[in-house]
Design a protein around this ligand. Structure first.
Ligand SMILES: [Zn+2]
Length: 103
């Protein structure tokens, strides 16, 4: 119950955008923004460039080196992939917010 309260509070405040970071079952980093999933395309010292996991989709996300959202670019050309991520997302979101409150 404590975890649920933390998440709810963050959503009321409107921050941060609901992005979170998980690893694929192959160990590759993935970013989840809303109901969509992105894979890491390129990383520099200051910026990480994420692209949609769906081939030919134009949507991208940029994050900084602290995993903060810089911007999202483009629109998805497909429906969200919510179903297969739902269970995993719930677990990782709790971890994310715990980390967030203890930098
Ligand atoms: Zn997409």
């Amino acid at each position: 119950m404590a975890e649920a309260f933390v998440i709810l509070t963050s959503e009321i405040q409107g921050k941060p955008p609901s992005i979170l970071f998980i690893n694929s079952n192959k160990g590759k980093p993935l970013l989840v923004a809303g109901d969509y999933t992105f894979k890491l395309n390129k990383a520099t010292t200051t910026t990480k460039y994420w692209i949609s996991t769906i081939k030919d989709c134009a949507a991208k996300v940029h994050t900084d080196s602290n995993n903060g959202l810089i911007k999202s670019v483009g629109n998805h050309s497909h429906l969200p992939e919510k179903e297969k991520l739902e269970a995993r997302e719930a677990r990782e979101k709790i971890t994310f917010f715990k980390n967030f409150s203890h930098p």
